[in-house]
Each structure stands twice: as C-alpha cells, then as structure tokens.
Write a protein that binds this ligand. Sequence first.
Ligand code: FES
Length: 362
Amino acid sequence: MAVLPIFLVRLLAPLLRPVRVLVARRWLREAEVDAVLALLHPAWRLNRVFARVTGREWVSDDLLALHLRCNGNARGWLPGQHVQLYLQMEGVRYGRSYSLTRVGPGGRVELGIRRQPAGRLSNRVLDHLPVGAWVELGAAEGDLCWPEQASGVGLLAAGSGITALLGLLRDALDRGYSAPVMLLHYVRESGQRAYQAELQQLMLSHPNLQVRWLLTGPDALVGAHGGRFQPGHLLGMANFNLLACGPAGFVEAVRSCWGGTMQSEAFSPLRRVAEPGQPVQLDFARSRQQATGDSHRSLLEQAEEHGLRPAHGCRQGICASCTCTLLGGAVRDLRSGEAFAEPGQPIRLCVSAPLGDVQLDL
Ligand code: FES
C-alpha cells in the first residue's frame, strides 16, 4: 500500500537530485534506492518512469486512447514522440513502443494503442489493463516535429500512423497554428477512422484544418478521393511541408512522388510469412550471421546447425535458459501453436519455430 499520495511523489521528485548525483558517482546503487522509494509509493523511482492508468477510451473499433499520469521522471517529452510501455506478464517483462498523442501538465500523457492480431502486450493492454493499474514507460524518442514556418502542412497517416501525427496536430492547433492543414488518414474499414469525432470537432473550431478518411479495403472508392495512396491525393498541397507516418511501403510511396520538404516515420516492415515447407531467412543479429532455415524445427536446433551455441538446458521449454529476444518477424510456439510477433518479446528458442523470416538478438 502507498505511504505517500502520487501528487507528493511528483512534488518530491526534484528533491532527489543530490541522490542522483551520488548514484552517478557510484556511491549509491540505483536499484537499492529504487527499492526504498517503492516502499513509499509503487510509482516512486529515482529515474525510471512509472505511470498510473487514469482512463481508457476507445477511439475506433481497434484503437484505444490510454490516459496515464506519470511520476515526476517524465521530463521533456513531446507529443508525436513514442515511448516503450512495459508490462510484467506471467513473470516475463514485455515492452512495446506507442506514440504520445498528448503530453499535458502534471505528468498527464495519452498513448494511442492499436490491436495487433498476434500482439501479446497490445491485446493485454486493450482487454485487461484496468484504470488504476501501474505501468512502466521508457524514454521518449522520435524526431518528428511541427514545421512552424511552413505555408501549409500535409499530414498523411496510414493505420495507427495517425497516433504520432495527431499528437503534433493537437499541439499545433492548441498553440494557434493558423496556416492550412490537410490530414489524410488511410484505413481499411470505416470503423478504423480513429479519433473521428474529435477531428470533426477540430475542423469546426479550426477552419484551417481539413480531414479526409480514405478507405483502402474491399469497400474502397478508388480514385482521387479514395483507395490506397496515389499522387493525385496530394493535389492542393504543392507548397506544403509533408509529414507521413505508417508502414514502410506507404511512407516510401509518398516519398517517391514528393519533391518538397517531408518528414516521415515508418513502422518496421513486416517480414515475410512463409508458406508451410518454404525456406525462411534467419537473421542472428548479435552474431551478424544470416542463414536459411525452415518453419517446422525449433530455432535452437537451427541456430546450432549454423554453428551458434545459444545457452540452453532442458530443451523442452521449461528452464527458460534459452530465452532470447525476438527483434522482428513472427514465431510459433511448438507446444501450443500460439503465434508471437511482438518486437522485443522474449521467446524460448527450444520451443519456438519461425513463422517466416525472423531476426533474433542472438
Ligand atoms: S532449454 Fe530450457 S526452456 Fe529452452
């Protein structure tokens, strides 16, 4: 139980500066200081950011706005950046990066979290993380910034790419940005038009903002006003600065036909999922070794076949000594058939087989 209320934890955070100096000089150990602080409040740490879930709001069929209040350690964060969210699940720590859609006063932040078909952490957050729960957040990263001097701004988002751009847009409009802004959001189905009500409201209160949703799924109206991205969608933005955010292919398509100023952020490209029996590419990142493998044998067996010597014990998925981080691609648990495709996720090599091309921290 917390001895101190969270507002006091936030208030007292600057007073820990001398302790930080002692830790930096190695006169104190951060883990030990954190252990004492955690006794006073579950979110109090010397440097690490812990945050309480203060609200959950579905903003489309598959995207949740998660409202959080951080301890006093979230400093210098900006909307449009992204942070890792960490959760402990069944004794294993999982992390995944999400965009900051809002950074408010008093440590209040909002993240946009989209459901991923094989996303263990995302789905846990969406379905089981209640208001009042505590999560840990990593450092904020990302270089996207609002082009203040532009004569107009074009925002192009595909899927959950809207989250990074919405953070920047909200902030710019709040600060009174008055040049024309055109936002195009590409979604497969109409139920995925995230933040639609808010964006419609913003169009009413800010006449310089125009928003268009373009469906790319089976119901798509292909042409100048619909379908996947095509150069015609940029009509009217000739002198604008562009910001594009979405899957790598989408960002590349925009970049290839734009000669003006552009910033972009691309999700890591999805790796190929192999048909049964087809070879797959194994990328052992730490060993700087690539090899061809298959999708029916364990990664431990295949790594050993290619000369690597991963730590292991039981070879049955029990002892956890072969645990390794999945950096990209998807794997299948040979015991349950469950698929995992979350970058940063720990997997047990002896009971995981690649579902396609994979990259491992090995
Ligand atoms: S070797 Fe024991 S869990 Fe993989």
